[in-house]
Design a protein around this ligand. Sequence first.
Ligand SMILES: [Ca+2]
Ligand SMILES: [Ca+2]
Length: 363
Amino acid sequence: MTRSLILSLVLVALILPACEQSGPQVARLVPASVGGHAFITLPAKYNTPDGMTLAKDGNIYLCMPNFNDPAYPAKLLKIDANNLVSEVCTLPVHPETNRVCPLGIDQGPDGNLYIADCQAFEVPNVGEPRKGSPDKSRVLRVVLAEGKASKVEVLACGINFANGLACNGDSVYVCDSQVDAKASPVVSGVYRFKMSELKADKPVQVTPGGKDKHLITTFKTVNKDWGVGANGLGFDKAGNMFVCNFGDAQLLKYQMKDGAPVGAGKVFAEKQGMQSTDGLKVDDEGNVYIADFLGNAVHKVDAKTGKVTTLAQNPNTNGANGLLDKCSEVCIRGDWIYVANIDLNLAGNAFDKPYTLTIIPKK
Ligand SMILES: [Ca+2]
Ligand SMILES: [Ca+2]
């Protein structure tokens, strides 16, 4: 090999990473260092990461509601197998509120992505004053063709506080964290929509206040300080449904039959170090991984015993060095758990740079 060829190979090796960064990708992995975790930093235009799902194409799809700096429009992003982040599409705003707040996301059996648009979300003391809009939350479908979004459809509307979302069998399930905004204690629940009834040309109009036929279960949250109920949502391989009761730091488990719960949910895990239960994911063995927004932690709930193990936790931070920064969602890919740091100006936390996803080993 000639010296010039070796030199050019070295140059190519040096130039390649720069080319990747100047392309459509916007962020990449920073390895873990002492006292921290591996992480991905995001630019200011992607300042509020939340819902995630691992799709069949190996990408993690990430909802970016941009609550913290709504000068930037809400987006759907993806994190590829090399941990490069790129944009999939801008999401359509609600015609009456002029905003879209994507939280929960999952891939349906049709390969498309289903997203909960939470119009009730209110973030006090951040940026411009804004109030949530009751009973205007929606279910969206991002139609994917060869990894690209060909269109975004509105499939259902009239939900109060749409949050966690999961596809299972022939249906899409959506948590409503406050079925009735005025009820005390808070009542929340889960809606079930069959894929066959979700049509872009005739969206399902949900009857608000807890009376809709799609509402398959409800429960109460007694925590008056954090009156947010049904949140993270998922299914194990056996078909059991798991729902987080955020304010009461509970994980509820539902036995299912024909796509609907058999009776009320049972408390499968409660507190044991959990201060709240936000987004969840279930692994192939049935263990449940939970983001704890209030506790700024990630927990694992054992599939057999319901015992809670805390995998990562730290006090409020700015998120530097991969530390958790008010996390709200988890996503499992291989041996790793991706954690979205929503970094809301709540519970003693300040919204701050950097904007990050933390990556911790799955155990
Ligand atoms: Ca931060
Ligand atoms: Ca912070």
